[in-house]
Design a protein around this ligand. Structure first.
Ligand SMILES: Cc1ncc(COP(=O)(O)O)c(C=O)c1O
Length: 470
């Protein structure tokens, strides 16, 4: 695209017009023969020059506006954004020698998805490296590195990279021997992957309610739902909020139950200073594109047990013996992650703290912007739980949640309602033990996007919508 914006200084006004006509942006960047930036000419400038009597064949010469806004390669997105205005929406980006190397364009009213991957570090470099190594399937150094680095991040000994977060839960259940006739307690407020994985293991899900204050599975409801068939609990750290892991681990210990933490939405959150994922027998993560870090599709099981780690590695790879290739002692799965995905994951992990901080700053901006809106209650914070911001989650207490989502959508801002209560849906309705709070939360909850920080223009758009809804 940059080439379509460029015009050489020794050309004519007609050349500029042709450049502008091709790029459709109303502007051309004029450069000298050495690609050094001279200035800009807009379609309005050309019109004025023609009205002053200049010919289309006139040389560009000194006509470009040299006093225009430019950006330097090392400037941040925010710094560049601040240089834009309604009149100037596109900036040439120059290197230290003053050469034109790129451009920055801010479009108001662009579609803002609810979440977007942040791939600005070494992800592409590592991906190309993995590609060039030709180890593009599920062997390769990035897999091992990603497993090692991510399990360390989770304060766990072992990591088993898999194809997505759903099979991670299934693999955990299979590895722990949870299957037919076993009951698995899960929360009602979660993405369907949690319950589907239980069905995939041929076990019976038992859906229990969440707590109204923290939106996570209610330990008191777990306790009530336990039967002699109960084999495992899957607490879900929903919308970045850690569950009460003290209470859950205590219940599990007393009733001899396995705990599989579903951490798909909570990478890096802590409970009592300890990372989520480090409490359960096995914990699972998702690296889907909308998650805190992504590998496109992808997931990981983490554990502190060498035995469980070894069994997961075997089951992930068709149940193939670790010591005798192509020898199968049991039926397994192909749940492997590719080296290409892991390469992206390694790049993502290098910046996970920065990404978490970025999402947190977006939430802080929402909280500040909507401080005087009395019908929005943002996701709570608790003293012993350091939650993360996955999406910016809140409750809309004036009954206008759906209207708000509609209005945001009309303004190209993608917000989404909380997950539907699992128990309200046909495939799961017979598995409900309790879900009253979940129903209430589901009817009022909203997720605002974390895809882009709140620029002043975006804030104006959102504030105007809230004014309408007051
Ligand atoms: C709570 C929860 N569990 C599990 C998953 C499944 O992850 P994946 O989409 O990678 O299969 C997701 C995400 O989609 C999720 O939000």
């Amino acid at each position: 695209m940059l080439e379509q914006l460029k015009c050489e200084q020794n050309g004519t006004l007609l050349d500029v017009l042709q450049v502008i006509n091709t790029n459709g942006k109303g502007i051309a960047f004029v450069v000298n023969e050495g690609d050094e930036f001279i200035g800009v000419l807009t379609d309005g400038d050309i019109r004025r020059l023609l009205l002053e009597g200049k010919a289309l064949s006139s040389k560009i010469g000194d006509y470009p506006n040299t006093n225009c806004a430019t950006a330097q390669v090392n400037e941040t997105f925010q710094e560049m954004l601040e240089k834009t205005s309604d009149a100037v929406s596109i900036l040439p980006i120059l290197d230290e020698q003053g050469k034109l190397v790129d451009f920055f364009q801010y479009q108001n009213n662009v579609y803002i998805p609810v979440a977007a991957p942040n791939l600005k570090g070494n992800e592409f470099k590592y991906l190309v490296d993995a590609f060039l190594s030709t180890w593009i399937s599920s062997s390769g150094t990035y897999i091992r590195q990603f497993e090692r680095d991510f399990s360390t991040f989770c304060e766990c000994e072992y990591g088993v990279a898999v194809s997505n977060g759903t099979v991670a839960i299934h693999l955990a259940l299979e590895t722990l021997g949870v299957g037919k006739g076993d009951e698995v307690i899960i929360p009602d407020l979660t993405f369907a992957a949690t319950i589907n994985a239980v069905f995939h293991a041929n076990a019976t899900p038992v859906i229990v309610d969440v707590k109204e204050d923290n939106w996570c599975i209610d330990p008191a409801e777990i306790e009530k739902a336990i039967t002699p068939q109960t084999k495992a609990i899957i607490p879900v750290h929903i919308y970045g909020q850690p569950c009460d892991m003290d209470a859950i681990m205590d219940i599990a210990k007393r009733h001899n139950l396995f705990v599989i933490e579903d951490c798909a939405e909570a990478h890096g959150a802590t409970f009592n200073g300890k990372k989520v994922g480090s409490f359960g027998d096995i914990s699972t993560f998702s690296f889907f594109g909308n998650k805190v870090i992504t590998t496109g599709e992808g997931g990981m099981c983490v554990t502190n047990s060498e035995k469980l780690n070894d069994r997961m590695c075997v089951l992930r790879d068709h149940g193939m013996s670790k010591t005798k290739r192509y020898w199968h002692d049991e039926v397994g799965y192909n749940y492997r992650m590719t080296n290409l995905q892991a390469a992206i994951g390694v790049g993502q992990l290098e910046r996970i703290d920065e990404i978490i901080d970025f999402r947190r700053s977006i939430e802080a901006a929402y909280v500040e912007m909507l401080a005087d809106v009395d019908f929005i209650r943002f996701e709570p914070h608790f003293e012993n739980r350091k939650r993360i911001t996955w999406l910016v989650s809140a409750l809309v207490t004036n009954g206008k949640r759906d209207l708000l989502i509609e209005k945001l959508k009309e303004n190209s801002i993608d917000a989404r309602p909380f997950f539907y209560p699992l128990g309200d849906m046909e495939p799961y309705k017979d598995n409900v033990f309790s879900n009253a709070n979940s129903k209430k939360l589901s009817a009022t909850g909203i997720n605002f996007p974390t895809a882009q920080f709140l620029t002043p223009k975006l804030q104006e758009r959102i504030k105007a919508i809230f004014e309408e809804l007051k």
